[in-house]
Design a protein around this ligand. Sequence first.
Ligand code: FES
Ligand code: FES
Length: 167
Amino acid sequence: MTEQEQITTDLHPLHLTVNGKDVDSVLDSRISLADFLRHELRLTGTHLGCEQGSCGACTVIVDGVAVRSCLMFAVQLNGSTVETVESLCVDGQLSRLQQAFHEEHALQCGFCTSGFLMSLTAHLREHQVTNDQEAREALSGNICRCTGYAGMVKALLAVGDGESTTQ
Ligand code: FES
Ligand code: FES
C-alpha cells in the first residue's frame, strides 16, 4: 500500500455530542476538530486564524474546558461533549456575555469574537471577574488583531459584576 493510500484509508468512527445533539461520523484521523466543525457540521462560527495554537480564534469548549480546536484531531475526542459559539444563543436570546459584548461595543471586525466568547464563557463558569486585572488575565489567552480589548474588559466586568477603573 502506498503512503497516500494508507493516509486516505485511515478512517475512524466518531461519536460526539455537539451543542446538545448527537453526532456520528466516520472520519480521517488527520481532520482537526476545527475543520470537522466547520466543514462537516457547517458550524462556521468557529474561526481559524493562525492554525498553530497562538490566536485562540478557534476556541471551543470540550468537556467543560476551553480548547484550541485547530490543535486537536476530531477522532481523539470520541465520546466527548463539544460546545461551539452557536450554542450560546438559546431561542434567539443572547447569552449574558454576548449581550454585554453588544452593549459595550466589544468587537470591531469580529473575527476573534467567537474565540473570546468561548474562552470567557468557560472562564466565567469557574471564576469571578471583578476588576480590570482579573478581566485582562481572562482575556490574555486570545489575540484580537483589531486590538479592541477595552470594550471586552468592560463587557467582562459587566457580566462579572465588577467595574472598570481604566479607560
Ligand atoms: S486558529 Fe487555533 S489558535 Fe489560532
Ligand atoms: S475584532 Fe477584529 S480581530 Fe478582534
